[in-house]
Design a protein around this ligand. Structure first.
Ligand SMILES: *Cc1c(COP(=O)(O)O)cnc(C)c1O
Length: 371
């Protein structure tokens, strides 16, 4: 994974003690025909959007001698308009992927002596960013009578009240389980603390099933509530690295204290702005991906497996005797999925119809081959 050191290596360096023994984040980037392991959008940018991004970049290239707009005002304005809900530019923040947005939140509201609480299994980068920002992490528990990975308002609020964290991380639709949270969970968590910043990671919001409400609707009057989004998934722009959030303007002011100056390059701002202006075009793939997601849920159930209902562009499925062996066998059939470390389960991204068919065919064969 890392490079080969010519010296005594990492052990000899004055690395922070709390980083010793840690492994870098790494979903395998393996070159196989069907890559369904990191929830990317399978569809490249539609041509009109791609041309608009190229034109915007071409203009910026001629001004690269200058620092970018530190306040990325045009982009914040466009993102506020895209989000709707009467949001304004001063309620929007952005960074290089929502991972960097999350890092800013941890830098501003976490840190040494502070605690963040999340509900496992959820996005593995939440505890990871807690660790690198020296924020203590409390693994809250999911699991409710209604379902294996569900989180009830009552349970979530009780855990928040008990641990009294500085930051609460919610993820809706939840990665890796796929299901969105009811807004009752968000309000119960918010009301269970009078000081924690409550973050709802809505990276997959655009894929949610009809009738799923966004936590954006809860922002008015809740100055500690933060909703993060990304252009990496529905917008098919993972390579550009643009994540953003909506919150009270004071939260954005807090993040200004920790961001590096000019953290969003003029190329990133230009590409993202052109893409947001082509939102309807870019989001054109969302409906077909939702259909493939629902198709996976239906067909996996037909194979006798246990898919978890999904509001995202991926499906977690259980009922596997040996997920590591299944993962390997799928890879040998040219299909890369994700082992998220949940016993008996694997996660697969909904691809285009051909990729989804390739996955379903491969999995059917693998299940036949394995006694
Ligand atoms: C993919 C994903 C993100 C996106 O990260 P970026 O840094 O914006 O690419 C954020 N949160 C969750 C839960 C994700 O699965």
């Amino acid at each position: 994974m890392g490079s080969t050191s010519v010296g005594p290596g990492l052990d000899a360096l004055p690395l922070r003690d709390d980083l010793r023994g840690r492994l870098p984040y790494g979903a395998p980037q393996i070159d196989v025909p069907v890559r369904l392991n990191t929830n990317e959008n399978s569809y490249p940018l539609p041509e009109p959007a791609a041309l608009a991004v190229v034109a915007a970049l071409a203009l910026e290239v001629r001004q690269l001698n200058r620092y970018p707009d530190r306040e990325f005002t045009a982009l914040r304005t466009a993102l506020a308009t895209y989000l709707g809900h009467d949001l304004t530019a001063d309620q929007v923040w952005a960074a290089n992927g929502s991972n960097e947005v999350l890092l800013h939140l941890f830098q501003a509201f976490g840190g040494p002596g502070r605690t963040a609480l999340g509900f496992t299994p959820a996005y593995s980068m939440h505890p990871n960013i807690a660790a690198t920002s020296a924020t203590a992490w409390v693994d809250g528990l999911r699991g409710a009578p209604s379902g294996q990975f569900d989180l009830t308002a009552e349970s979530a609020a009780e855990q928040v009240a008990r641990h009294d964290p500085d930051l609460v991380m919610l993820c809706s639709p939840n990665n890796p389980t796929g299901t969105a949270l009811g807004l009752d969970v968000v309000t119960a968590v918010y009301d269970a603390t009078d000081r924690a910043v409550v973050v709802v990671d809505e990276a997959y919001a655009e894929f949610a099933r009809t009738g799923t409400a966004s936590a954006l609707t809860l922002l008015p009057g809740r100055e500690r509530l933060v909703v993060t989004r990304t252009m990496s998934k529905a917008f098919a722009l993972a390579g550009a690295r643009l994540g953003y959030l909506a919150a009270d303007p004071a939260v954005c002011d807090a993040l200004r204290l920790v961001r590096l100056p000019y953290h969003l390059s003029s190329l990133t701002q230009a590409a993202a702005l052109a893409a947001v202006r082509h939102a309807p075009d870019l989001l054109g793939s969302v409906q077909v991906l939702r259909e493939q997601r629902d198709r996976i849920v239906t067909e996996l159930a037909g194979l006798g497996l246990a898919p978890v209902p999904s509001d995202a562009n991926f499906v977690l499925f259980g009922g596997l005797a040996d997920p590591v062996a299944t993962w390997q066998a799928l890879l040998e059939h040219g299909v890369l999925v994700r082992d998220v470390g949940i016993p008996g389960h694997l996660r697969v991204t909904a691809g285009n119809p051909d990729e989804t068919s390739a996955f379903l065919t491969a999995l059917t064969r693998v299940l036949e081959e394995t006694p």
